[in-house]
Design a protein around this ligand. Structure first.
Ligand SMILES: [Fe+2]
Length: 195
């Protein structure tokens, strides 16, 4: 998940770096694929022209400060926010099954796109897992409820479409091995997390 979608001019990197990243993206289409899937997902759902509500000034400040925290404070919350993404996508997958039961073509296409996005997000969780040890894992379980509650309460539609309590329970009991095999195969998960 990406916090704050508003492009921040201050975040712009030097041209040379940007050129290198662009070159890398062109060489590694699989990475750019996620971006394409995200955009197509929105367009397919008729949300291609959606305008993102800017963050409130307080939230913007919080999001700005977050990456500046020292690693020992940042790593566990960062893991939980990535986990929140995976939990959300897994629940969205089930919702697509329910909602488009009479429209199999739409259902299949949306799930294909969602799979690409989920595979990417699982890799973020996998990567973030490497930054925390057993203590961080314990702390992350305590953080799931306040983080999920705070974030999802902010989006009124979530409470209508999803069971937030179930999402919290899933987040607390998350295990990479419970993901579908084809997601595990295509994503990146630390070897010590696999059975
Ligand atoms: Fe992510």
């Amino acid at each position: 998940m990406q916090a704050g979608r508003k492009p921040n001019i201050k975040n712009r990197v030097e041209e040379a770096t940007e050129a290198a990243v662009t070159a890398f993206a062109l060489e590694q289409p699989a990475f750019g694929q996620v971006r394409v899937s995200n955009d197509e997902m929105l367009r397919t759902c008729g949300l291609g022209k959606v305008e993102w509500v800017p963050l409130s000034p307080v939230k913007e400040k919080i999001y700005e400060q977050f990456p500046k925290l020292p690693a020992f404070l940042l790593d566990t919350p960062a893991f939980v926010t990535e986990l929140m993404g995976v939990t959300y996508y897994c629940h969205l997958n089930r919702l697509i099954d329910e909602l488009f039961v009479d429209e199999p073509e739409v259902q299949i296409r949306l799930k294909e796109l969602l799979d690409e996005i989920t595979i990417d997000e699982v890799a973020h969780v996998g990567q973030r897992r490497n930054f925390i040890g057993p203590t961080g894992m314990r702390v992350s379980k305590w953080l799931v409820k306040p983080f999920y509650t705070m974030f999802f309460n902010d989006i009124p539609e979530i409470g209508i479409l999803f069971d937030v309590n179930k999402m919290i329970r899933d987040g607390e009991s998350f295990d990479f091995n419970q993901l579908p095999d084809y997601i595990i195969e295509k994503s990146w998960i630390p070897s010590y997390c696999k059975v």
